[in-house]
Design a protein around this ligand. Structure first.
Ligand code: HEM
Length: 512
């Protein structure tokens, strides 16, 4: 770097405070290349914020494996193996400048820079999702984000549309219950659980497979704010979570999580204890499948530059390493398309994998060439395969490279869901009943507060009917708070018979 101030072309500058003018009082001259360059660059400093999860904070760290036979992925398989990571936490709906402590789902995205390539686990702090099929993602986000007329987050119209959507679209009910519980207002990023949400497939070196659900367990436990704290913090310190993360790392109190998996048989049914493992609105209770610990994550270094690292990092559910595979969950399938697609716009073309924060830490030798913002100077003949002239890019054996486990796919082309996706209430009830009375009271208060912001009475009544399907007593409390009657004739949970195993279970992952 030059000792002196220069233009971007390296020309040294004696003055950067006064533009070039014709006379002291004259007009500014086009000839002033420094003025034009300075203003032009400034004009283009911003890139589009993420279409969701725009507000985030991140940190570097290390993942140390405990070792496992479940997968051939080396960063998990080899005991003591250390892998550098970058982790970005986020809210979903707010813009880049929104407050941290709002009631929302939190993103928990981890990039492992493994020696077999980058592996991204793009999860949330809630183990289930609002929708079963990715084709609904634009709808739920349109219903929840600020509106096109006034762009006011939390305006009354936004409450109406969110509650309109989830009351009509009852597969969202389980996720909504987690949002209305204390999980929707975490104390800090350091005290959140994380979940891969979908079912993944792990494959070992011999080709044996298991289905798994990923979990991050915070070493300092799960802690939440209460609603009044969250509101005060949002006003007094909108950067509450971001500051807490950076301060704790600066102070040497490094945030830590253990990574674990629930291990489920890959027996061809893609179900476990009556639970459809391809349905992302369902979890598998830990009583039925305990979490097996795979390693420890420690965040020990703050980013140096927010834009270069936290803003430009690009997570993608399709960034997988040998031994870790996705399943046919229709939400996951749509995500596999969405992340790379959105990043082409957000990060200005196809070469964002060359940015320092996205570049793998292992050698790369792809055949991709040119494009916007190409920063490599490739030599020789443009690559192609098969190539009898210049074969400096051999392919590895199947055992060493990324392959998908062979599996039979057959069925009639159509848009319907499996019948097992129709149960929208059993697990919401399971979650609600697992809470302590104080936690249940918080859920009732949250529903009352949020629905109280709706203008349309029909929407409130429809959501009360949904609540009555989950827990009639809760529906009555909320109805009373809203000054409404519980709609009549609503059967309690049990419309769809829960599996015998599920009806025995009354708790959900992790303590609150
Ligand atoms: C961003 C999680 C569903 C599209 C994110 C981020 C997380 C996340 C954590 C933030 C990444 C970051 O920090 O940069 C999840 C989870 C989902 C889910 C856990 C469901 C289980 C979906 C679906 C779609 C989608 C169904 C679309 C079909 C996006 C997009 C971004 C994003 C476009 C912005 C990415 C970027 O600009 O870098 N998601 N998401 N997500 N998600 Fe999802």
């Amino acid at each position: 770097m030059s000792e002196y101030l220069t233009t971007s072309q390296g020309v040294r500058l004696p003055d950067t405070d006064h533009s070039l003018k014709a006379g002291r009082r004259g007009p500014t001259l086009m000839e002033d290349f420094h003025l034009r360059e300075k203003i032009t660059h400034f004009d283009h400093e911003r890139i589009p914020e993420r279409v969701v999860h725009a507000r985030g904070a991140a940190a570097h760290g290390v993942f140390v494996s405990y070792g496992t036979d479940l997968t051939r992925a080396r960063f998990l398989a080899e005991e003591g193996h250390e892998t550098e990571v970058f982790v970005r936490f986020s809210t979903v709906l707010g813009s880049r400048g929104s407050a941290d402590t709002v009631r929302d789902t939190r993103g928990f995205a981890v990039k492992f820079y493994t020696d077999e390539g980058n592996m991204d686990l793009v999860g949330n702090n809630i183990p289930v999702f609002f929708i079963q099929d990715g084709i609904k993602f634009p709808d739920i986000i349109h219903a929840g984000k600020p509106h096109q007329d006034r762009e006011i987050p939390q305006a009354q119209s936004a409450h109406d549309t969110f509650w309109d959507f989830v009351s009509l679209h009852t597969e969202a009910t389980h996720h909504v219950f987690w949002n209305m519980s204390d999980r929707g207002i975490p104390r800090s990023y350091r005290t959140m659980e994380g979940f891969g949400v979908h079912t993944f497939r792990l494959r070992d070196a011999e080709g044996n497979t298991h289905l798994v659900k990923f979990h991050w367990k915070p070493v300092s436990g799960v802690h939440s704010l209460v609603w009044e704290e969250a509101q005060i913090a949002a006003g007094v310190d909108p950067d509450f979570h971001r500051r807490d993360l950076a301060d704790s790392i600066d102070a040497g109190a490094f945030p830590e999580w253990e990574l674990g998996v629930q291990v489920l048989p890959d027996d061809g049914t893609e179900t476990f204890a009556g639970i459809d493992l391809l349905d992302p609105t369902k979890l598998v209770p830990e009583e039925l499948a305990p979490v097996v610990k795979l390693g420890r994550l420690t965040l020990n270094r703050n980013p140096t530059n927010y834009f270069a690292e936290t803003e430009q990092v690009a997570f993608h559910t399709g960034n997988l390493v040998p031994g870790i595979e996705v399943t046919n969950d229709p939400l996951m399938q749509a995500r596999l398309f969405s992340y790379l697609d959105t990043q082409l716009t957000r990060l200005g073309g196809p070469n964002f994998t060359q940015l320092p924060i996205n570049r793998p830490h292992c050698p790369v030798n792809d055949m991709f060439r040119e494009g916007m913002h190409q920063s490599e100077i490739h030599e020789g003949v443009t690559p192609y395969k098969p190539n009898g002239l210049d074969d400096d890019r051999p392919l590895v054996d199947e055992d060493d490279g990324y392959t998908q486990t062979p599996r039979l796919v057959e069925g009639e082309v159509g848009r319907g869901n499996p019948v097992s996706f129709d149960d929208h209430f059993t697990q919401a009830a399971l979650f609600y009943r697992s809470l302590t009375p104080v936690e249940q009271a918080h859920v009732a208060e949250a529903f009352t507060f949020e629905l109280g912001k709706c203008l349309e009475q029909t929407i409130k009544e429809r959501e009360l009917a949904v609540l009555a399907h989950v827990d009639p007593a809760l529906a009555s409390i909320v109805a009373e708070g809203l000054g409404l009657a519980v709609p009549g004739g609503i059967p309690a949970v049990g419309d769809v018979e829960p599996s015998p195993a599920l009806s025995q279970v009354v708790t959900v992952p992790g303590p609150i």
